[in-house]
Design a protein around this ligand. Structure first.
Ligand code: 5GP
Ligand code: MN
Length: 351
């Protein structure tokens, strides 16, 4: 008699425990109202993974929707399904109603309920099971199921691995495959970093087979600059300060600069990465004064320099070792004096 292997062979290096995959499948199949959420200021990975999962759940015949704290950026409005997102800035009553009626909540691409901002309390109160799928370190969300793989470069790639293991990748179509690809592409800087894992290319192979146009997705995400945005970025680069013997870059834009150049959300996406193209620069800091008492901070680094630790300890934020963010409550001028004290504290970690 022929014998069959007990377990299906793993295709990817990253493996989610089969018991966990089964558990999620059971929870999905039993759920009536599913809500998917991701972090505030959602990026390509947060929105890509959320829209892809929502589409797959829809294809399974489930009632699922995406609820977020704030609106998606204009540059990602092309993602199929993004226009159906219920954001609490636009539609607070509906957002709260959906959360309180949910019996299953998926938390994608974040590790702490603080990251859903004004919706944190509603999610905490909701009588729903919670499933976390994320790639940030040290997850803090209380949940029934945790799929946390910081070694995977994007939540979208991790979601694909889950769907494949669940036998649900077949429910992806060209549109939802494009959502997954967009998340994978944006969280790896177009496969320029965190992208040596062969799994990624197996996934891309599958997504291409679903009919995605990866070259066009790159254009949709990146080729949408405006004259004023380019001028603002040029101005910010011209005024960047290089400190600590050229190893640290500090970019600052105050409210006047933003107003003068007609800033709109997303215009300076990618700006913080530019100083790292100088070989000596290992730590790049961008501080943007959004209001009199809020400075949004973004940091990027190379190698072992842990910007997530700096953002967590100094600016109540977090993220990944080489890409993190946080906030400073006060005007930019005060944030500047703080950062000038913070930089020397971590200088010993620079090489
Ligand atoms: P960005 O600099 O592009 O805004 O954010 C880079 C990464 O840092 C994000 O993917 C996210 O993981 C993290 N991040 C950004 N801002 C915050 C924040 O305010 N709090 C926390 N915990 N993480 C943040
Ligand atoms: Mn991500």
């Amino acid at each position: 008699m022929r014998t069959y292997p007990q377990k299906p062979r793993n295709r990817f290096n990253t493996v989610i425990e089969p018991e966990i995959v089964d558990r999620v499948k059971q929870m999905v199949l039993c759920a009536r109202n599913i809500v998917i959420t991701c972090h505030v200021s959602p990026d390509g990975d947060a929105l890509g993974s959320s829209t892809a999962l929502c589409a797959v759940l829809g294809a399974l015949g489930k009632d699922a929707c995406i609820v977020t704290a704030d609106c998606p950026p204009k540059t990602l409005m092309f993602l199929p399904g993004v226009r159906d997102i219920v954001s609490s800035t636009r539609n607070p009553e509906r957002a709260h109603e959906l959360i309180s009626n949910a019996d299953l909540v998926f938390c994608l691409d974040f590790n702490d309920l603080k990251r859903v901002d004004r919706l944190g309390e509603a999610f905490e109160k909701a009588q729903a099971w919670r499933i976390v799928i994320d790639h940030h370190t040290a997850p803090l969300i209380e949940c029934e199921v945790l799929i946390s793989h910081p070694e995977v470069s994007s939540t979208s790639a991790l979601l694909y691995i889950f769907l494949w293991q669940a036998g649900w990748a077949r429910y992806l179509n060209r549109s939802s495959a494009a959502c997954i690809y967009t998340g994978m592409m944006t969280d790896t800087g177009n496969f320029a970093y965190n992208s040596n894992d062969p799994d990624l290319y197996l996934i891309i192979h599958d997504l291409l087979r679903k009919g995605i146009d990866k070259d066009n997705l790159y254009k949709l995400v990146h080729n949408n600059a405006t004259q004023s945005g380019i001028r603002l970025n040029g101005y910010a680069q011209f005024r960047t300060e290089y400190l600590s013997n050229g190893r640290v870059a500090l970019i600052m834009l105050n409210q006047d600069n933003l107003r003068d150049f007609g800033y709109s959300k997303g215009d300076t996406e990618g700006l913080v990465n530019i100083p790292l193209t100088i070989p000596d620069v290992q730590w790049s800091i961008y501080m943007r004064e959004d209001s009199d008492d809020l400075v949004k901070i973004s940091m990027r680094s190379k190698g072992e320099f842990p910007v997530n630790m700096v953002c967590e300890k100094e600016f109540g934020g977090g993220g990944h070792i080489n890409a993190s963010g946080g906030e400073f409550h006060g005007p930019l001028i005060e944030a500047l004096s703080v950062i000038l004290e913070v930089i020397p504290k971590y200088e010993n970690l620079l090489v």
